[in-house]
Design a protein around this ligand. Structure first.
Ligand SMILES: [Zn+2]
Length: 427
């Protein structure tokens, strides 16, 4: 078993404890010991490699909480369906590698553009034939007739017109029996995470964000079926009713949640020890501030994105205060929000939701690790946990933006294996 000793690091362990200087020993794929410098140092004997961190920041690897591994450099929803499957598989593999190099050692999958893209890449990564994060593979988006993912009419943000597309990247069901069948197909094909669109969305004129086109019975059936296969269910829930349906039906993760009312907030708080929430603030923030030249600002405003950001700030600030386990990430893979830039979310969590940098890091690490694995052995730097970690040049606690600079993420380890090592390159 290989042994790697990291010495003299400023250790942020993700448990909520303040950072401390110390050493960390990795044996095989797990952390064997973490020790503050005040105690006896960990012995160097029989270690394969000693890394002198020279006081740098050592933290758990980050988790992208709403990954679309099959999206990259897209400028509109049409791009989701246009690549042929062969090219799309390579694109997905490249995204997986990009995420790992950016410090994301795990990707919790939302939906993918084709059913088995994330499944195939996950399998190759697990077999060691591709480089990428740990992956919980997302399914297709499951919607209902006439709603998001089915509707052929889209809001085209480039010109503020309605755009008609031939096919959509989702799959539509009507009624619990059709839902059962489709969820079982996704499970059969190897998806870890089942994604439902139970609310509308600003991109779909027929079903705006405040609408709830999918019924409670359909959501409940999806949860029952997926859980019977040991898989998770995640919902795109913007409207208040869609959030309540999702919590009551027992979904595992709720995305967006901007239009939560008081009752929805109460339900989420009651469920906070079993449910996770990913606000996915990056998409709307980048559409508004980094959308040019692909998205004219006037059009983004006409789509109501500033109001959605306001609602997001209100809801997720309230949920932070209620102790909800938030995850960072979501809906990266567009020209204005490139894959690998997800650490922007940390800054947005601080700026919009009032998190301290340390709390935002816990969202990115511990919360993400718990969502990835029920075993509870991922997301913190403690003895016995999986050795997914980053060595960072700079102090994210005094400037959270340092994690957006990939040149400062100088070492990436996943499962005890080093995948990025700028220290060795610089030697
Ligand atoms: Zn998404």
């Amino acid at each position: 078993m290989s042994k790697i000793l990291i010495q003299n690091a400023r250790i942020f362990d993700g448990t909520g404890r303040p950072p401390f200087t110390g050493d960390l020993l990795v044996e095989g794929e797990r952390i064997a010991a973490v020790r503050p410098a005040a105690e006896a140092p960990l012995a160097q004997a029989e270690v394969d490699r000693v890394i002198d961190a020279a006081g740098r920041f050592l933290m758990p690897g980050m988790v992208e909480g709403h990954a679309h591994l099959s999206f990259d450099g897209f400028t509109c929803t049409e791009d989701l369906i246009s690549p042929p499957v062969e090219e799309h598989a390579f694109l997905t593999a490249r995204v997986a590698e990009k995420l790992l190099m950016a410090g994301f050692t795990s990707a919790y999958g939302a939906s993918e553009a084709k059913l088995r893209l994330a499944v195939a890449v996950r399998n190759e990564v697990e077999a060691g034939r591709l480089v990428g994060p740990r992956i919980r593979a997302g399914s297709l988006e499951i919607s209902v007739t006439g709603a998001m993912g089915d509707e052929s009419r889209l809001h085209n943000p480039r010109n503020n017109q309605t755009l008609t597309i031939a096919t959509s990247p989702g799959i539509s069901v009507d009624g619990p029996e059709e839902m059962r069948k489709v969820v079982r197909i996704c499970c059969r094909e190897g998806c870890d995470n089942i994604k439902l669109d139970n609310s509308g969305d600003p991109f779909y004129p027929n079903t705006p964000a405040t609408s709830t086109p999918m019924s409670y019975e359909e959501v409940e059936m999806a949860v029952r079926t997926a859980h019977a296969f040991g898989r998770k269910v995640n919902t795109h829930s913007r409207s208040a009713q869609s959030i309540k349906d999702a919590v009551r039906a027992g979904v595992d993760m709720i995305y967006h949640a901007e239009y939560a009312d008081e009752e929805a907030l109460d339900l989420l708080e009651e469920a906070r020890d079993r449910i996770f929430v990913a606000p996915t603030i990056g998409l709307f923030h980048t559409m508004l501030h980094q959308g040019e030249p692909w998205l004219p600002r006037a059009v983004v405003e006409a789509m109501g994105i500033p109001e959605l950001i306001e609602r997001s700030v209100e809801t997720h600030t309230a949920l932070r205060k209620r102790g909800i386990r938030h995850l960072i990430g979501g809906d990266y893979g567009f020209k204005w929000a490139e894959q690998g830039t997800q650490a922007l979310d940390l800054e947005l969590f601080v700026r919009y939701y009032g998190y301290s940098p340390a709390e935002a890091l816990v969202c990115a690490t511990r919360n993400g690790g718990l969502a990835m694995r029920e075993q509870g052995d991922l997301g913190t730097l403690e003895a016995g946990k999986l050795a997914d970690l980053l060595l960072v040049d700079g102090d994210p606690l005094s400037d959270i933006r340092v994690l957006q600079d990939q040149a400062r993420i100088i070492l990436v380890m996943k499962g005890g294996r080093i995948f990025k090592d700028l220290l060795a390159e610089r030697r």
